[in-house]
Design a protein around this ligand. Structure first.
Ligand code: NAD
Length: 417
């Protein structure tokens, strides 16, 4: 979907500018906050299955580590760009600070289309990329995780490649690994589960009933599926979902497990029995209580924000809404729960995985989910209480808390030399 002209990095800086103006952040500190500390671009020559050599581009942006090691996912997508990765890395810094875990922010990506690649080609590209960035990552330096079109298998290849280079096994270099390699119970579901917890807390604070409330979810991957399943189990009616091929709608309600089985069988949610076919654009504009964008960035823009009929938007994806769209939604009385709060369950359980790995422990699903629940409920409460007190919207409030904590850390550390 076309955006509002601005690139994602400028959009992210614009949000921080608004936030800095409301806080005691001077221009010099603002410059530090918006400048990524290190930016790596790597070239990845890969021999494809047909013998042809193709050269791909990969990025790793390490935005800020004032509060701890860099942390952030790796995305494989043909639209990955340096601007996008920089904005996502910045978002990770604020997200980790907002939920108060001892990490900075980073993000990585490779410009490629995994749908056109074999499993062997995906392994080659992952191992080459890991080798190229291996000197910049590490358990106390920068800890990658999965993002769009990467998964536990991708993390297993990254862990193995890094471990081969080090000469010993280093599970704590990545999170989101398979459980058999030190992955945490509940990590695969954590982001979507967290989205559902934050949505539930929002409903409670607004006095909205969760049972039978209508939910529309864009994107039916890791985040979308797990959010849908958890919300369904909480009594919500999932009336529309979509993936990159198209969208489906059923006003009576979809059973997400059955839709997921259909997607596994056919490759898409499209054609699910009894559902009506829609475009992704139509899906976003459906009348519903909660709209949960859980795919790409830049989906709610100047172009369609005025047509959104949801009462509340809960951002499962990173950067799905542009700054211009934010203003339109606010003017139309639509409450927006921002990405750095709504999808922070993923990095929370990544943190728990890292702590388990470092201590050579393995916690039960109950332990992990209890910690996830407690962290998200308290982070939500902090944001909600401050929003009520200061009369700000939820994005500005979340950023004020996250950016404020990073600014405090930078002030305490001082400048070297
Ligand atoms: P994924 O690759 O598992 O799934 C992405 C889904 O989006 C797929 O169903 C795909 O078909 C769909 N999609 C792609 N293009 C689309 C389009 N144009 N319209 C509609 N659907 C489309 O990715 P994911 O891990 O679920 O990530 C989704 C979003 O959530 C991303 O913005 C990501 O940065 C964010 N996020 C992910 C995590 C995590 O732990 N995986 C954590 C925080 C945030």
């Amino acid at each position: 979907m076309s955006g509002d002209a601005k690139n994602p990095y400028d959009n992210a800086c614009g949000q921080i500018k608004i936030c800095a103006a409301q806080m005691d952040i001077d221009p010099g500190l603002y410059e530090i906050l918006i400048s990524p500390k290190m930016v790596h671009t790597v070239s990845l020559p890969i021999k494809m299955d047909n013998g042809e050599i193709k050269v791909f581009t990969g990025y790793r942006v390490q935005h800020n580590d004032a509060r701890g090691p860099y942390k952030g996912g790796i995305r494989y997508h043909h639209e990955v760009s340096m601007d996008e990765v920089q904005s996502l890395a910045m978002g990770m810094t604020w997200k980790c600070a907002l939920i108060d875990i001892p990490y900075g922010g980073a993000k990585g990506g490779i410009v490629c289309n995994t749908k056109e690649m074999s499993i062997g080609e995906k392994e080659h590209i992952t191992r080459r990329y890991t080798t190229m960035i291996s000197q910049f990552i590490g358990p106390y330096r920068d800890v990658p995780a999965p993002d769009m079109y990467t998964d536990a298998q991708t993390m297993a290849w990254m862990m193995d490649t890094y471990s081969v280079i080090q000469g010993y096994s280093v599970p704590e270099v990545v999170t989101g690994k398979p459980i058999g390699l030190g992955g945490s119970e509940g990590r695969a579901e954590a982001t979507g589960r967290g989205v559902a917890i934050i949505l539930r807390e929002t409903a409670k604070s607004l006095g909205m009933k969760l049972k039978d409330s209508t939910v529309v979810i864009q994107g039916f991957g890791n985040v979308g599926v797990n959010a849908a399943m958890t919300l369904y189990s909480m009594g919500c009616r999932i009336i529309g979902v979509s993936d990159s091929r198209g969208a489906i709608y059923d006003p009576v309600g979809l059973n997400p497990s059955k839709v997921f089985s259909h997607k596994l069988e056919t490759g898409s949610v499209e054609g699910f029995q009894g559902s009506e076919k829609l475009t992704n654009e139509e899906l976003l504009e459906l009348e519903c209580d909660f709209l949960v964008p859980s795919a790409l960035g830049n989906q709610i823009t100047l172009k369609n924000a005025g047509n959104i009929k949801a009462k509340v938007i809960v951002e499962g994806a990173n950067n799905p809404t542009t700054t211009e769209a934010d203003k339109i939604l606010e003017n139309n009385g639509i409450l927006l729960v921002p990405d750095i709060l709504a999808n922070s369950g993923g990095v929370m359980v990544s943190y728990l995985e890292w702590v388990q790995n470092i201590n050579r422990q393995h916690w039960s699903l109950t332990d992990v989910n209890q910690q996830l629940e407690a962290k998200l409920v308290s982070s939500f409460k902090n944001v909600w209480d401050m929003k009520e007190e200061k009369g700000l919207n939820m994005r500005d409030t979340s950023l004020a808390i996250g950016v404020g904590r990073v600014a405090d850390a930078i002030r305490m550390l001082g400048l070297f030399p």
